[in-house]
Write a protein that binds this ligand. Structure first.
Ligand SMILES: [Zn+2]
Length: 237
């Protein structure tokens, strides 16, 4: 049988552990919400990047069309000029110019076709990124809402757990509480059983003094502590 102080300490430790668990869960909620918001932002970034790429190709296409138009009107002018010249060498010189320009137009039209393929691909990318964001948005939003509700519930639960801890603390005498508190801030559990002569916290062998002290279940007896880690140890019968 455990001494009354150990029994009270174990109840306190149990309730403290529950409180700590709730605090950890509560702390994780805003982090999880932030993670979801980042996912939403990255989906939006993907849409923006795909749109920017599409605009870039579209303005490239426009620019190329203007250039083609300019060369075409020059070509038309040379053709008219050619009809007016009387000298054969001038006629041939214009003929070479015309040929060169036709080649240039053909080249530019090839480039335009490539850009049109790129525009098609970019449009598909925009559509895919938009579809992804659209498909996920409902899930993201409901998850954030659920987390908000969970936060409220956890806060309520934590309030109850804190009250339970306070109640358990009043049942532990001041000296025991002091040792427990000092341990609890750096290591939990602070109160551990001895099993096979070893401390249940650090798993090292306890001294025979600590071992025999831990067997005492008298009220008012001093608490036994592990020689290695300082945890409060008790004998599990
Ligand atoms: Zn120990």
């Amino acid at each position: 049988m455990l001494s009354p102080v150990l029994e009270a300490l174990l109840i306190l430790q149990d309730r403290d552990t529950k409180r700590l668990g709730l605090e950890a869960q509560l702390k994780a909620v805003p982090e999880e919400i932030e993670r979801i918001r980042q996912t939403i932002a990255s989906e939006q970034t993907a849409i923006d990047a795909a749109r920017a790429e599409l605009h870039e190709f579209e303005s490239k296409k426009k620019l190329l069309e203007t250039e083609i138009g300019m060369v075409e009107s020059k070509l038309a002018k040379y053709r008219t000029d050619q009809l007016a010249v009387r000298k054969n060498d001038e006629y041939q010189a214009l003929g070479r110019e015309i040929e060169m320009m036709q080649g240039k137009i053909g080249e530019m039209e090839g480039g335009e076709l490539e850009i049109m393929y790129s525009i098609d691909a970019a449009k598909k990318k925009v559509a895919a990124a938009t579809a992804t964001a659209k498909a996920n948005i409902a899930g993201h939003e409901s998850r954030i809402q659920a987390l908000g509700e969970r936060e409220v519930g956890l806060k309520e639960e934590l309030k109850g757990a804190e009250q339970q801890v306070e109640a358990a603390r009043t049942a532990v005498a001041a000296p025991g509480l002091r040792i427990y508190d000092r341990l609890a801030v750096r290591t939990m559990p602070a109160v551990v059983p001895i099993r096979g002569g070893k401390c249940g916290g650090c798993h090292l062998k306890v001294s025979s003094d600590a071992d025999s002290a831990s067997r005492s279940n008298k009220a008012g007896a001093e608490l036994a502590v592990c020689d290695q880690c300082g945890r409060i140890v008790y004998w599990e019968s």
